[in-house]
Design a protein around this ligand. Structure first.
Ligand code: NAD
Length: 443
């Protein structure tokens, strides 16, 4: 069985290399020639732990290739995975489906043999049925093209492991017509299924909704604890202790209860907005209206962080040296899409602070988005002369730093822990003024 992966970004490149790792011959397809050139040389154009090694190995062996040609892909693949982007539409909340529509239409038209198109991109409910129509209408006479929806749940930073050993797989089928496609997909994922990964086979609509529902739930959990942190800030409580205590309840669970600067990235923010937009189109806007508040709580955390920094600097940031640690939306990633860290850095700069940003992997991407910030190459360079240090992405390097390491370098020993990952007592004992979102300052 030969596999193509359409779109070779975070999802697609990971999926392509992982399919090669499973033993398949794989062809990755992208409309971006620079990306295809880099991948063809075995060079990963972004940071994802473990992926560069997998890419090099399988490009080297010839099992994994890349192209910009849909003609080549149409002749090659028995299964075509679709992993192109579905960003927020400019000026709206809805998902921009142009890339998925184009990819499905192009591959269906180019296919010269019976094949399955497996949609992995995150799409508004109702898309798969529409795309199946596009695929059927575009297919050549005598070529059977079936579409399944197979949403992707990988987490950046753990993308390879999540692809090879997912918690579960979901397959949305076109009713009884999906039997051939289901059999093909069971063969593709045979190794994972044999190792016990649960497979949920359902209809298109449920499969599409599983993905957005999962992301909406995770976003809600983060905003829940962040909303509570607005309360603990006022009454003088400690949000981390509160999260630990409620998290011990198995019905709640501790994961995704980390208060701080909030969520970001290329998925959660745009996915909850797209769900709201789709619900409105379907006339059930009120069903997910709470997601507006989830989004607002999340955005308010960014403002609250800027406010806290301002207070720590005596009421004005103008001309003050601020060390920002982190630009990526999460550690172990260089992804700065809708990153709270970078947004906060940019906001501080826009109101007059002198901002030095250091991220172990995301400086280059951040500089493309906000070229006017000062990007430096090390933690030490960032904190030298700082009047406040602001930890915004919880990289291991930042979690491991100590007051003794920073104290000789900073101008004023004070730190804002935007991710609630440092030990307040350690920093206070080390002579720092420590402040964290949702957590009282020690007396
Ligand atoms: P990305 O922007 O990194 O990659 C998208 C790629 O698609 C780009 O390389 C782009 O050039 C390419 N592309 C656009 N149009 C194309 C076309 N017609 N044919 C071939 N290639 C085309 O995006 P991503 O983060 O990989 O996300 C892709 C999809 O996966 C989105 O729907 C996203 O919501 C979903 N998803 C992402 C993640 C994640 O963690 N990144 C996890 C689960 C699901």
């Amino acid at each position: 069985m030969k596999i193509t992966v359409l779109g070779t970004g975070y999802l697609g490149a990971t999926h392509a290399a992982s399919m090669a790792e499973l033993g398949y011959e794989v062809l990755g397809v992208d409309v971006d020639p620079a990306k295809v050139d880099a991948l063809s040389r075995g060079e990963l154009p972004f940071h994802e732990p473990g992926l560069a090694e997998l890419l090099r190995e399988h490009v080297g062996s010839g099992r994994l290739r890349f192209t910009t040609s849909y003609e080549e892909a149409g002749a090659f693949g028995d299964v075509h995975f679709v992993g192109v982007g579905t960003p927020q539409r400019p000026g709206a909340f809805a998902a921009d489906m142009r890339f998925v529509d184009a990819a499905v239409g192009s591959i269906a038209a180019a296919a010269t043999k019976d094949c399955v198109i497996a949609g992995k991109s995150t799409v508004p409910v109702g898309s798969a049925r529409r795309l199946a129509d596009i695929a059927r209408a575009s297919a050549r006479p005598g070529v059977d093209v079936q579409l399944v929806w197979n949403p992707e749940f990988l987490r950046e930073g753990f993308a390879v492991a999540d692809t090879l050993r997912p918690d579960r797989m979901v397959l949305g089928l076109d009713g009884a017509d999906g039997a051939r496609a289901e059999a093909v997909m069971r063969r593709v994922y045979a190794r994972q299924l044999e190792s016990g990964v649960p497979l949920i086979v359902t209809d298109y609509e449920t499969a599409e909704l599983v993905k957005v529902a999962a992301n909406a739930f995770l976003a809600t959990k983060i905003s829940f604890i962040n909303a509570l942190s607005e309360l603990t800030e006022v009454v003088g409580g400690d949000i981390r202790t509160l999260a630990d205590a409620i998290g011990l309840d198995e019905r709640i669970g501790r994961k995704f209860l980390n208060a701080g600067v909030g969520f970001g990235g290329g998925c959660l923010p745009k996915d909850i907005r797209a769900l709201r937009a789709r619900a409105a189109e379907l006339g059930v806007e009120q069903s997910v209206r709470f997601l507006a508040e989830v989004d607002d709580v999340n955005t308010r955390r960014r403002g609250a962080t800027v406010q806290a920094v301002t207070e720590m600097l005596g009421g004005s940031v103008v001309g003050k040296q601020v060390a920002v640690l982190g630009a990526a939306f999460k550690p172990d990633s260089d992804d700065v899409r809708d990153s709270p860290a970078l947004d906060i850095a940019a906001r501080l700069h826009s109101i007059g602070a002198e901002v030095a940003v250091y991220d172990p992997k995301a400086n280059a991407n951040a500089a493309k988005r906000y070229p006017r910030l000062d990007y430096v190459d090390s933690l030490e360079a960032a904190v030298t002369g700082a009047e406040v240090v602001v930890l915004l992405t919880e990289w291991a390097e930042f979690k491991a730093m100590t007051p003794a390491q920073l104290e000789p370098l900073v101008a004023v020993p004070q730190i804002l822990d935007g991710r609630n990952v440092l030990d307040p007592q350690q920093w206070e004992a080390g002579g720092f003024t420590y402040r964290a979102l949702g957590r009282r300052a020690l007396p």
